[in-house]
Design a protein around this ligand. Structure first.
Ligand code: SAM
Length: 209
């Protein structure tokens, strides 16, 4: 699932240049028995299966131990129950945590004891809706965090003045225009053609939402 979004364009270039590293770990490798079982029925009944604690915790422990890093990983479980992913949260993660483990849930989710037992540092949701698995949320988080890492964006792709950035008072960005000046009767605002930098700045500030 991760091929494509993480192996194209800016994120592939960032990996090629060693700005970010992404490793994938298949939980089934840590599954139990001949069938490498990773899920089971929930206690108390109800529809759906739940991911078992043991394979998840084994995976987190093995990945943490094998990486032989001095720092501990920041372990995030992608979950609709988590705190909402915002630009501020993205910036905090990029700044504070050089190494993160992203746990992608499936089915009904994971055994709560993985969280309560201290193997997860934060639960993060990408929005108030439910997806089939944690992979797409993980990719959203990777993309948003990666573009905050110095050098990941080229000089023409600054992250400084974007919607929700501090530079724009956490507001939504102003609109953009490129050539032609007149597109099927729709004109570029005069101020942007004036060459008057102070006026352009003022106009852009007024356009923030
Ligand atoms: N039973 C869970 C609930 O009602 O909150 C939903 C489980 S969902 C079908 C399966 C997995 O997808 C979750 O464990 C989580 O990893 C991921 N997921 C689904 N929606 C998500 C969201 N909005 N944000 C982050 N992860 C999500």
């Amino acid at each position: 699932m991760f091929q494509g979004p993480l192996t194209e364009s800016i994120l592939q270039r960032a990996q090629d240049e060693g700005k970010i590293e992404i490793h994938f770990h298949d939980l089934r490798t840590f599954g139990q028995g001949n069938y490498r079982q990773v899920d089971d029925k929930p206690y108390g009944g109800g529809a759906g299966m739940l991911m078992m604690a043991e394979p998840i915790v084994s995976a987190i422990e093995k990945v943490t131990a094998e990486a032989q890093q001095k720092k501990k990983p920041y372990r995030i479980y992608l979950s609709p129950r988590g705190k909402k992913l915002t630009q501020t949260r993205v910036e905090r993660i990029a700044k504070k945590y050089p190494w993160i483990i992203l746990l992608c849930g499936h089915y009904e989710g994971i055994d709560q004891r993985v969280i309560d037992g201290g193997w997860i540092d934060e639960e993060i949701s990408i929005g108030d809706y439910v997806l089939t698995g944690g992979e797409i949320p993980a990719m959203v988080l990777i993309d948003a965090v990666a573009r905050q890492i110095p050098g990941v964006l080229g000089k023409d792709e600054s992250a400084a003045e974007e919607s929700f950035s501090e530079a724009l008072d956490r507001k939504k960005e102003y609109p953009h225009y490129t050539r032609p000046e007149d597109f099927r009767g729709h004109k570029v605002p005069d101020v942007l053609l004036s060459g008057h930098h102070a006026e352009i700045e003022k106009w852009r500030k007024e356009q923030l939402q």
